[in-house]
Write a protein that binds this ligand. Structure first.
Ligand code: SF4
Ligand code: SF4
Length: 439
């Protein structure tokens, strides 16, 4: 039994190009580029120096700030340089550049940490922090901070396996090929958070993934598997909570305010590996797809691999792409420099041919009201847009802009081709800037 949320859309899922293709491991490149910002929160500082020898899994950067996540070398080799380098966020970020020696010699810190049963909750939390694990659905929020904030406050833990963005099948393949890692990660979370309910929530278009998880479950377990209706943005944190529990996260509040904590599928697998093998977060599964890609694939990629190398591993481009994105087409970010490296929150690389990229046109609102009908956050996107354009910040607050989950449903549905979601992001930035200036 699941609950429905209001609004949302049903875009073509475009997943056929990769959903049946097993994940292939991409050999790491000759040089990896590791930006000091691979996560949400404070950037790290390097703890290695140029010319230093490093090993796979070795800590190379850390921060004393609470909201941050350490960074580890995904290869063994030598530090070539520590310099600013293009980042997928469009800026240049201080990066540790490592020459790969091709040996993958593991660092001495990489070893099994013990069974979940034998470790205390505090020891597990330390392992999560030291492994540099972040939310891998895109937000890249440090997982140890999220767990620490939820301890003692939640009765339901949800593994978000909705993967509702078009094109992306990375989590789907993970559940099919390594269901034990997802379940193992959920057991780590259950030990840490002691919930009454533990649920893996999958959209109903991935029944085979549910079957794979079900076959892997032990006979007696309190873990629930739930098939949710296929509807975008089912994978948004607030909406998956509503679908699984019927609870609504109030405006301006967090999942813990309704006693819930939500973690991505690949994050769960990373938790399992950090405990059972001691491997920190140095790689992830990435869906490479889109109409300009020669041969769409799911690849297991080490962090720091240049985006162009990831595309080339699929056979390159069919034709020069008119648009390249990290993340899905609804919530992802456009990329302009493919020498930038893969970072922790990037679950997809998409490249689109010219015919699939809408031409810029005049933005005209025809007052059809569709954006209001589809908004799953119960907002009035057109009014938010108009107020953002006129810098009416008080109105943006009054209309609860902070509740926008930036799902892009309003932009997708708008016949007037208004850049609504862009306006929501800009409006949020303006509000943040105004608050900072006000001290
Ligand atoms: S969907 Fe677009 S055209 Fe329709 S009311 Fe909203 S902004 Fe205007
Ligand atoms: S206003 Fe925000 S939450 Fe509502 S549809 Fe647009 S992007 Fe999604």
């Amino acid at each position: 039994m699941f609950h429905r949320f209001r609004g949302g859309i049903h875009p073509p899922d475009m997943k056929d190009a990769t959903r049946h293709k097993p994940v292939e491991a991409l050999p790491p490149p000759a040089r990896v580029i590791l930006p000091m910002l691979m996560h949400a929160g404070a950037p790290c500082e390097p703890v290695v120096r140029p010319d230093q020898e490093v090993f796979m899994g070795q800590l190379i950067a850390d921060s004393k700030e609470l909201v941050s996540a350490p960074i580890h070398s995904p290869v063994s080799g030598r530090v070539l340089a520590i310099d600013p380098y293009p980042h997928p966020n469009g800026s240049r970020v201080l990066s540790v550049i490592i020459e790969n020696d091709g040996r993958d010699t593991p660092h001495e810190s990489v070893h099994p940490k013990g069974s979940v049963e034998s470790l205390t909750s505090d020891q597990l939390l330390r392992i999560v922090r030291d492994a540099g694990i972040v939310g891998m659905g895109g937000a890249a929020y440090p997982t140890h901070v999220k767990i620490a904030a939820a301890r003692g406050k939640c009765d339901t833990v949800i593994i978000n396996a909705a993967e509702c963005e078009p094109y992306i099948t990375a989590d789907h393949r993970l559940m099919l090929e390594a269901p034990e890692e997802v379940l193992g990660g959920l057991r780590v979370l259950m030990k840490l958070l002691e919930p009454k309910r533990a649920v893996i929530a999958v959209e109903s278009n991935k029944r085979d993934a549910l079957d794979a998880l079900r076959r892997t479950l032990p006979g007696k377990t309190k873990i629930e598997l739930t098939a949710l209706r296929t509807r975008y943005p089912q994978g948004s944190e607030k909406h998956i909570i509503k679908s699984v529990t019927g609870r609504e996260v109030p405006p301006g509040k967090q999942p813990t305010d309704v006693k819930c904590a939500v973690f991505n599928t690949d994050t769960a697998a990373a938790l399992h590996r950090a405990v059972t093998t001691g491997q920190p977060l140095i790689r992830r599964i990435v869906t490479v797809s889109g109409s300009a890609v020669a041969n769409a694939k799911n690849l297991d990629v080490r962090f720091g691999t240049p985006l162009i190398d990831v595309f080339n591993a699929t056979g390159g481009f069919r034709e020069p792409p008119a648009k390249v994105m990290t993340g899905g087409p609804m919530m992802g970010a456009a990329q302009h420099d493919l020498s930038a490296p893969l970072v922790k929150g990037c679950n997809a690389l998409l490249a689109f041919a010219e015919a699939d990229v809408p031409l810029p046109g005049n933005e005209i609102c025809i007052r059809c009201g569709r954006c209001v009908r589809v908004c799953p956050a119960h907002l009035l996107p057109i009014y938010l847009y108009m107020n953002e354009r006129k810098n009416r910040l008080r109105e943006l607050e009054r209309l609860h802009l902070e509740d926008c989950v930036e799902c892009g449903s309003c932009s997708y549905i708008c016949p007037g081709r208004l850049h609504l979601v862009h306006s929501m992001r800009t409006g949020k930035q303006k509000l943040q800037d105004a608050k900072r200036e006000a001290g």
